[in-house]
Design a protein around this ligand. Structure first.
Ligand code: BMA
Length: 333
């Protein structure tokens, strides 16, 4: 990891960032970013979002033995948009991978005529995929499944963008008995308001990670500034048995665009993770993120440090000060 990192930071960038760029591809592509991550056998696998020069994206596999170096792109494995399928008319984007038994559940954004929506495909080898179709209609994105069921039901975190009455773009949770029929939808993490770093728009990063304290979430938030949007990351913790209960939410962002490969690119000022891998020591966490919608990067953190950071942050909505001021009220703007 970068030796000159500020020791107060929770995440440290990999010194050899960016790890994968368009230049690594045998054929000309525009950009590679926002990769899902998992472990398959003894290799770390990234499902890269590759944006072609058409402007449309597909998902391509890259693997590494240590999750840091020696990345091998496997252009024969991955997911191309299905021709003629309305959900993927303009490509497939931003995959989040959840392993359940021997199967990998890949939740990704399909770019349909009606806007982005949430799709699911299942795979065992990342070479062939069985599509399960659309889980959430447009506009919806930033979605991932929990690896465990709650009272027999699957849980999906997602980010609808309702256009009504300035409601805003918040992180939601929905439940399903069969991965097809979804309901019991509710706001899980509301964007805060006003001057907060996570005002206006928030969305899930990697899939929820089970820890000793509950489900750890890493989410992104967009702050609109005079010179464009800034995508930064924050942390939250959900109850182990009832993921609708937010136990903690950090008040401060913990990772943001700083290096040139995050500050400058197709969309400048963006760090956007879709995957993380907890290593065998149970503490080293590798976060895989897109830099400026152009390249793939890694940052490392200690899970114990992330959890201690959250211990000082009980659930606080749009308060301006720490503490529990009660649940989010729609329309309370
Ligand atoms: C989000 C998604 C991401 C992208 C980010 C910044 O809405 O579309 O794919 O990285 O915007 O452009």
């Amino acid at each position: 990891m970068s030796p000159d990192a500020d020791p107060r930071e929770l995440f440290r960038r990999f010194a050899a960032n960016p790890i994968i760029t368009a230049a690594h591809f045998p054929r000309m592509v525009n950009a590679v970013f926002n990769a899902g991550a998992t472990v398959v056998g003894d290799r770390t696998l990234l499902l890269l979002r590759v944006e072609h020069r058409t402007g449309l994206s597909s998902l391509v596999v890259a693997t590494s033995s240590d999750g840091l170096t020696g990345w091998e792109i496997d252009p024969l494995r991955g997911l191309d948009p299905l021709p003629g399928y309305f959900g993927e008319h303009w490509g497939v984007e931003d995959p989040r991978i959840t392993k359940v038994d021997d199967e990998y559940l890949v939740v990704y954004v399909g770019y349909s005529h009606a806007g982005p929506l949430v799709c699911l495909a299942k795979t065992r080898d990342f070479a062939s995929f069985e599509r399960s179709g659309v889980l959430q209609p447009p506009e919806d994105k930033d979605a991932a499944l929990f690896p465990e069921r709650f009272g027999g039901r699957w849980a999906l975190i997602h980010r609808p963008s309702p256009s009504g009455a300035g409601f805003g773009a918040h992180v939601w949770i929905s439940f399903s008995p069969d991965l097809r029929h979804w309901g019991d939808s509710q706001v899980l993490l509301a964007a805060r308001r006003g001057g907060w770093w996570d005002a206006n728009k928030v969305g899930l990063g990697p899939p929820p990670l089970l820890t000793r304290d509950g489900w750890l979430l890493c989410y992104h938030a967009v702050r609109v500034t005079a010179s464009g949007s800034l995508y930064r990351l924050g942390l939250a913790l959900l109850d182990r048995d009832d993921p609708t209960k937010v136990l903690a939410r950090g008040n401060e962002w913990v990772f943001g665009p700083q290096e040139p490969y995050e500050r400058h690119g197709d969309v400048s000022g963006v760090v956007f993770p879709c995957g993380w891998v907890l290593r065998d020591d149970g503490d080293t966490l590798h976060l895989y993120y897109g830099g400026a919608d152009s390249v793939v990067c890694i940052a490392e953190a200690s899970l114990a440090n992330l959890l201690s950071h959250l211990e000082g942050h009980p659930f606080a909505e749009d308060t301006g000060k720490p503490g529990n001021l009660g649940p989010f009220t729609p329309g309370d703007a």
